[in-house]
Design a protein around this ligand. Structure first.
Ligand code: 13P
Length: 250
């Protein structure tokens, strides 16, 4: 059984005080949940404050990126050791905004995935095609290249040690969501690929999240699909009411 996982990716939003306020509000609204796992990915500067607030709850902490070295002369970077130190359980890697604006390619993502796994962080590996690639029917090819590339440095030793997030780029921040059936088609393809790469058992345990304009009114349809195990939520995670409704999708 794969427990549903809903992740809030706050991107570059919220100062420390705004983050603290939002997370307190979320905790109050979400209440006790045992059937869904919830993680919050604030910007680096708010990780410590959010970590302290989450420590008394079942919600977990995620980072939005990291560098692959454990320590060293790498000005401006954050290491997996530092993220573990702040109690992060997950780290988002290979997000399309990182790939698009900061030069993260499959090679860099592979080094990061390998380093995260070595440190006991669970990578949330993001993959997804552009609109042009979809129109040219390249979705499967792109997603396969991204996943094979990211796992080039090493495989997780169990299905639970890896999360994949399928985020079609044309659906991010646009209000256009993939239909549940269209998303499921890609999730199913990813599942078969993971079963090939990791073996049938572990491949069946990896949670595959959908991301791209997930909102309270479309989450349920997506979550009903067999291989959609959760959501990576951007815009709607910045509002406590919307995110709570997403978490309580059932
Ligand atoms: P939106 O939910 O704002 O489309 O963002 C999706 C995303 O990029 C999550 O990582």
């Amino acid at each position: 059984m794969r427990k549903p996982l809903i992740v809030a990716n706050w991107k570059m939003y919220n100062t420390v005080s705004e983050a603290s306020f939002l997370v307190e509000e979320l905790i109050g609204k979400i209440g006790d949940i045992s059937s869904v796992e919830v993680a919050i990915a604030p910007p680096f500067t708010a990780l410590e404050a959010v970590s302290k607030i989450l420590s008394e709850t079942d919600l977990t902490l995620a980072a939005q990126n990291m560098y692959w070295e454990r320590a060293g002369a790498f000005t401006g970077e954050i290491s997996p050791v530092m993220l573990r130190d702040l109690t992060c359980r997950f780290v988002i890697l290979g997000h399309s905004e990182r790939r698009q604006f900061f030069g993260d390619g499959d090679g860099e993502v592979a080094l990061k995935v390998e380093a995260a796994l070595a440190e006991g962080l669970i990578p949330i590996l993001c993959v997804g095609e552009t609109l042009g690639e979809r129109e040219y029917r390249k979705t499967f090819e792109v997603v396969e290249r991204q996943i094979r590339g990211a796992l080039d440095g090493g495989m997780p030793d169990s299905g639970g040690a890896l999360i994949i997030a399928y985020e079609p780029i044309w659906a991010i921040g646009t209000g256009k969501t993939a239909s549940p059936e269209a998303a499921q088609e890609v999730h199913c393809f990813i599942r078969r690929l993971l079963e090939n790469l990791l073996g049938k058992g572990p491949g069946g345990e990896v949670r595959i999240l959908y991301g791209g304009s997930v909102k309270p009114d479309n989450v349920r349809g997506l979550m009903e699909m067999q291989d959609i195990d959760g959501a990576l939520v951007g815009g709607a995670s910045l509002d406590a009411e919307s995110f709570t409704r997403i978490v309580h999708f059932k």
